[in-house]
Design a protein around this ligand. Structure first.
Ligand code: ATP
Ligand code: MG
Ligand code: MG
Ligand code: MG
Length: 467
């Protein structure tokens, strides 16, 4: 028997509700009162203050399916979409939580029993990781659950030690992986081939047991807590006997719809997967109030829309098409997320306007870029070309990079930044002399969103901000 994605979500709720967990609805993709976070990227986000002890709830166990976007900030999977079987920009994270209630042993038991009793996953296909120093978790897996020693892998990196920030709650994690079989490239966690898609992580269990102080010391929390996250699309792939998330029921239908609107025939085309992924993130972001713009969250949304539109163009779309997929998405997800169905007309309108605007310059930009690539001397697209594409044709640098990667070439980021700088200086000088440059500067170069960069401290975020 195979389960639909909707069945699996429901089974998860039922399993944990029957075990005393309060069902809590997904929160918005725009985190409430948390300027340090670009988008909601995990089920625990909405419970942050409960874990910190700053907020009390009437329950100590919760279950949810949280809509998440990982397309910027600390977790950025945008560049993985179209390249791995397991990453989306938008996905649903199933989670069970304990706020000072049960701890390690019960959390491991719940997860294992859900997977092997309830969903009937074959035990021999599962392996688990623990933090290298977490002997307690190792012992529970080995002696209480009965997982063979050679299928419990100790990991010493931060992948298996979770923290909320530089200070505050933190603790070791234990991740559960599924082996999709020898015919797929990849190695178990902790090996050089771990990034392949043979062994796919399905569930992450976080054991919050310390409170890290400013001086680095770790005080045991008086009431340790549990935070878990399982990707709904990943577990659906396993239960539907497919390898890639993009082959599950929900995606198969979205991909079919995408193929129809752009007139493509090969349903396994990578660009169709990207479009199907992007319609989810873009629609849900707009549904949660994000509008395409030139900075911060709005700029991430604009970049994702433009990437999707470019992939459609690549497939030969003759007309604007992206907004036409909202209906198909509502069919797939409108029941679980009624707000999506309610907002359908707004989402379609926003996408349509954005697509119309970009399609005015897309073909000419593509022609210029293809010409440059065809005549490239070496492997790097010069910074002034990247800048012209950005400034004149509305190509965000990550879009140009996406195309470059398909041709196995790179973009000159430094040269691009220099060209940006020069443009800024010209604009400044011009304004000193009273000239009106407003017509030539199509995007706002300065941004007020420096928060993410400082918080996450990642180079990729800087790029997002400068643009
Ligand atoms: P990976 O190592 O595969 O990138 P992760 O360790 O970054 O995953 P977590 O932060 O532990 O993921 O998130 C909890 C769960 O959410 C994962 O075990 C996985 O099932 C799911 N998940 C994480 N990122 C994605 C994504 N981009 N698309 C779909 N599911 C995801
Ligand atoms: Mg990841
Ligand atoms: Mg991982
Ligand atoms: Mg993980």
């Amino acid at each position: 028997m195979t389960f639909s994605t909707a069945d699996i979500r429901q089974k998860f709720f039922d399993y944990f509700s029957q075990r005393g967990h309060q069902h809590v609805a997904s929160s918005s993709l725009v985190p409430a009162d948390d300027p340090t976070l670009l988008f909601t990227n995990a089920g625990m986000n909405q419970f942050k203050d409960v874990f910190l002890g700053a907020e009390k709830r009437s329950y100590t166990r919760a279950v949810s399916s949280q809509r998440c976007v990982r397309a910027g900030g600390k977790h950025n999977d945008l560049e993985n979409v179209g390249y791995t079987a397991r990453h989306h920009t938008f996905f649903e994270m199933l989670g069970n939580f304990s706020f000072g209630d049960y701890f390690k042993k019960e959390a491991i038991e719940f997860a294992w029993n859900f997977l092997t009793d309830e969903l009937k996953l074959p035990k021999d296909k599962l392996l688990v990781t623990v933090y290298s120093e977490d002997d307690e978790a190792f012992d529970i897996w080995e002696n209480h659950i009965g997982v063979p020693k050679d299928k419990i892998i100790r990991i010493s990196t931060s992948d298996n030690f979770w923290s909320m920030g530089d200070t505050g709650p933190c603790g070791p994690c234990s991740e559960i992986f599924y082996d999709h079989g020898e015919h797929i490239w990849g190695g178990p966690p902790g090996t050089p081939e771990e990034d392949g898609d043979r062994f796919i992580e399905i569930w992450n269990l976080v054991f919050m047991q310390y409170n890290r102080q400013a001086d680095g010391t770790m005080e045991p929390l008086p009431k340790p807590s549990i935070d878990t996250g399982m990707g709904l699309e990943r577990i659906s792939a396993i239960l539907q006997h497919v390898h890639s998330n993009y082959e599950i029921d929900l995606f198969a239908n979205l991909i079919k719809a995408a193929a129809q609107v752009v007139g493509a025939e090969d349903l396994s085309n990578k660009s169709l997967r990207v479009i199907a992924d992007h319609i989810r993130s873009c629609s849900f972001l707009i549904c949660d109030g994000v509008m395409p713009g030139n900075e911060g969250r709005g700029y991430v949304l604009r970049r994702i829309i433009r990437r999707a539109v470019r992939h459609g163009y690549q497939l030969g779309a003759k007309d604007i098409f992206f907004f036409k997929l909202v209906g198909a998405l509502v069919v797939e997800m409108g029941q679980a997320y009624p707000e999506l169905a309610d907002q359908q007309p707004v989402i379609e309108k926003v996408l349509r306007v954005e697509e119309e605007q970009f399609s005015k310059t897309l073909a000419r930009g593509m022609a210029m870029l293809q010409d440059t690539i065809a005549n490239l001397d070496g492997k790097t697209i010069p910074g002034d070309v990247v800048f012209k594409l950005y400034d004149t044709y509305g190509f965000p640098t990550d879009l140009t990079n996406d195309i470059a990667r398909e041709h196995d070439v790179e973009i000159d980021e430094e040269g691009f930044k220099k060209a940006m700088q020069q443009q800024r200086q010209r604009a400044q000088q011009a304004s000193q002399f009273g000239a009106d440059y407003n017509n030539t500067i199509k995007v706002e170069h300065e941004t007020r969103f420096t928060g993410y960069e400082q918080v996450e401290g990642q180079a990729t975020v800087l790029e997002l901000i400068v643009n």
